[in-house]
Design a protein. Structure first.
Length: 394
């Protein structure tokens, strides 16, 4: 009796151990690396995907489009009343099942962004396959054009965008972060803007890369404006996202330039409410090393070093002030984290005023407190390429 019971249990376990019956072979999958969204003339959503070509994934760089190394990726697109509809039509044109585990880039066209990304964003966060750490972008012009490119170095244009985002030369936003921004206190966000670099004369057709410059500003799900590269840097200062960054500034308002790298900074937002007045202090502590001295000054002289420190501080202050003018006064989109800072420190006042934040945000008085210093002059003390008798020492 006991042996029979053991046999029944053993047979039952064997049934559950057959774990390969529903497997999907890699050869049956189409690996999606990026997806873009455009609007058609009849206001449908054009969904384009970039797919890896498995047989062309050998060693070597991606080279030219013709006559060189084979293409590493291809694109397919289809339109529909929404993304799900477009993808169902798209699957009919691809002999393998679409797999999203490698999709690290999502690009909205500027037209889609201005119309609102609510429906597209709902698909991305609701569908089980898109990765929460995938990077989000807005393109100048058609978004699908960035996926058509064949970079001369990286394997795909999506990999170029991912690498550029990781370098933090501009704002970097993942799907998860965008979700938190749009659901946060300010309901505002900024996404990096994608441009296409003009190809060199010797390059094959489409042999170039997408690159990042500036940012698109969102209120709720709609793009309300964009900011320049310089303003984006100021926003990054406020958001405390400056890490090993190069800063170049002028001395005494002339053309003598000094460049510092790496520049590291710590930024704090200090909110304060007095009566009906809402105030914010942006406290910055930064330091950097000289990598190029275009002046005739010896930075080892404390008098000249103090002037350089002052110019460094003024440059940071100007960058932050320009960002405030564009973001706070012109576009009135709180991508700076002010709402979160006030909510954290003054929860009761915030609850009373949160519905009026769009009107209150432009009226917040901002004080910029900068403490910047140069730590090292570089490998040499005096300016290079200048005779010693021309170097200003006093």
């Amino acid at each position: 009796m006991k042996n029979g019971l053991k046999l029944c249990i053993l047979l039952t376990l064997f049934v559950f151990l057959e774990g390969c019956w529903d497997r999907t072979e890699l050869n049956d999958l189409a690996l999606v690396t990026a997806m873009s969204f455009d609007l058609t003339k009849d206001k449908q959503i054009q969904t384009t995907i970039q797919v890896i070509i498995p047989q062309n994934q050998g060693g070597g760089l991606s080279g030219g489009v013709s006559g060189g190394a084979p293409k590493k990726t291809t694109i397919r697109g289809e339109k529909g009343i929404n993304i799900s509809d477009a993808l169902s039509k798209l699957q009919r044109k691809i002999p393998r099942r679409l797999f999203w585990g490698q999709c690290k880039v999502f690009i909205f066209s500027e037209e889609v962004a201005k119309a609102g990304i609510k429906d597209e964003f709902d698909f991305l966060v609701r569908h089980p396959q898109p990765r929460e750490r995938a990077y989000m972008f807005v393109s100048k012009g058609k978004a699908s054009e960035s996926l058509e490119l064949f970079p001369p170095i990286e394997r795909s244009s999506s990999e170029v965008l991912r690498e550029l985002a990781d370098l933090q030369i501009g704002v970097k936003v993942t799907l998860e972060q965008l979700s938190m921004m749009l659901k946060g206190d300010a309901e505002a966000a900024a996404l990096p803007l994608v441009h296409i670099l003009p190809k060199v004369k010797s390059a094959e057709p489409l042999q170039t890369i997408p690159y990042l410059m500036g940012a698109a500003l969102f209120k709720k799900d709609k793009m309300v404006g964009q900011i320049s590269e310089k303003t984006t840097r100021g926003v990054m200062w406020i958001l405390n996202e400056i890490d090993e960054y190069t800063v170049t500034f002028t001395m005494d308002g002339n053309k003598d330039l000094v460049s510092l790298k790496p520049v590291k900074a710590k930024v704090k937002l200090l909110p304060k409410i007095e009566g009906d007045k809402w105030m914010m202090t942006i406290k910055v502590k930064a330091e950097g090393d000289i990598i190029q001295n275009g002046t005739e000054w010896n930075p080892m002289n404390p008098k000249f070093l103090e002037k350089m420190d002052k110019a460094f501080e003024d440059d940071i202050r100007d960058r932050i002030d320009e960002a405030l003018q564009e973001v706070q006064q012109k576009n009135k989109a709180d991508i700076l984290g002010f709402a979160t800072a006030f909510h954290r420190k003054y929860p009761k006042q915030w609850e009373k005023n949160k519905d009026n934040w769009n009107e209150l945000f432009p009226k917040v008085e901002v004080l910029i407190d900068v403490n910047a210093s140069i730590k090292r002059p570089g490998l040499i003390n005096a300016p290079g390429g200048i005779p010693e008798d021309e170097v200003q020492e006093k």
